[in-house]
Design a protein around this ligand. Structure first.
Ligand code: BJW
Length: 230
């Protein structure tokens, strides 16, 4: 029984209509990363950060999984081995497609987090920093997402999955953000065959043994068909 670990990034959701971060006209071209994706930015102007995430939550609620998300769900259900998705994405499109073994290493738009006590609960569509925490009542609500300088979720489990992987694939990620950008090297050194599926070569393309370049909605279903044939 073979284990497949798949890292996904913003590029897999691009054809569903969600913007990527670093492509021309992407999210970081419209918003300063230090203002909306750091704990310091949240301390400076929590209302700005909530406006940014409320708008993204609203947008994400109106989009549907594309053929790449659907192909990964099919892989999980039809493959004889184990399939684990580690996503950097905060949208719920893998869940919407029917995948079940998903780790949201950068959190989720669907989550709220109390900056005072660490309690986590389902986020309403619109959040504000004055919303009281249901556990401690302190008005310190923030999106349950991982900002620069914070520790991504479930890292111990992720490193263990990477070390057990027979096949590691990265889909739709530019390879600029650590620790995710180190996963291919880590899995490859532990013995996995490494595959990149991305619109263009990523920053760490040299860490991959096999490359498929093109839109995820086209190349991921073909790759999954091939895996299920063997
Ligand atoms: C398509 C496509 C189509 C387009 N089909 N493809 C110096 C050196 C090394 C590291 C550091 C350093 N200084 C600081 C650090 C650490 C820092 C970091 O990496 N900084 C770099 C900028 C240098 N990292 C952190 O702080 C992280 N924490 C950490 O390291 O803690 C220490 C620790 C490590 C290990 C164990 C324990 C502790 C936290 C990082 C948090 C990132 N947060 C964000 C925001 C999350 C919430 C939100 O969504 O708002 O996460 S930033 C943003 O970038 C978001 C994404 O998940 C992440 C990655 O972006 P992604 O997905 O790769 O998107 P893009 O836009 O970059 O790329 C899209 C790709 O798709 C492109 O290649 C396109 O070509 C492609 N594409 N259309 C296929 N149709």
């Amino acid at each position: 029984m073979e284990k497949i670990v798949i890292l996904t990034g913003a590029g897999i959701s691009a054809e569903s209509g969600l913007g990527t971060f670093r492509d021309a006209g992407g999210i970081w071209a419209q918003h300063a990363v230090e203002d909306v994706a750091t704990p310091e930015g949240f301390t400076r102007d929590p209302h700005l950060v909530h406006r940014f995430y409320n708008a993204r939550r609203e947008k994400a609620a109106g989009v549907a999984p594309n053929s790449a998300h659907l192909a990964l769900a099919r892989l999980e259900h039809e493959y004889s081995g184990e399939v684990v998705i580690v996503t950097q994405n905060v949208d719920a499109l893998h869940e919407g497609a029917g995948s079940t073994h998903i780790i949201h290493m950068h959190g989720a738009l669907a989550g709220a987090l109390c900056a005072a006590c660490g309690h986590r609960w389902p986020a309403p569509l619109k959040m504000d920093t004055n919303d009281p925490c249901p556990a401690c009542s302190v008005p310190a609500t923030r999106p349950d997402v991982v900002w620069f300088g914070e520790t991504p979720y479930e890292m111990e489990a992720i490193w263990a999955h990477l070390e057990e992987a027979d096949l590691f694939a990265a889909i739709g990620t530019s390879g600029n953000v650590y620790p995710a950008a180190a996963f291919a090297q880590h899995a490859g050194r532990a013995g996995a065959h490494t595959v990149e599926l991305n619109l263009e070569p990523s920053t760490n393309v040299r860490d991959f043994a096999e490359l498929h370049h093109g839109p995820a909605g086209t190349i991921v279903p073909l790759w999954v068909d091939e895996l299920l044939r063997h």
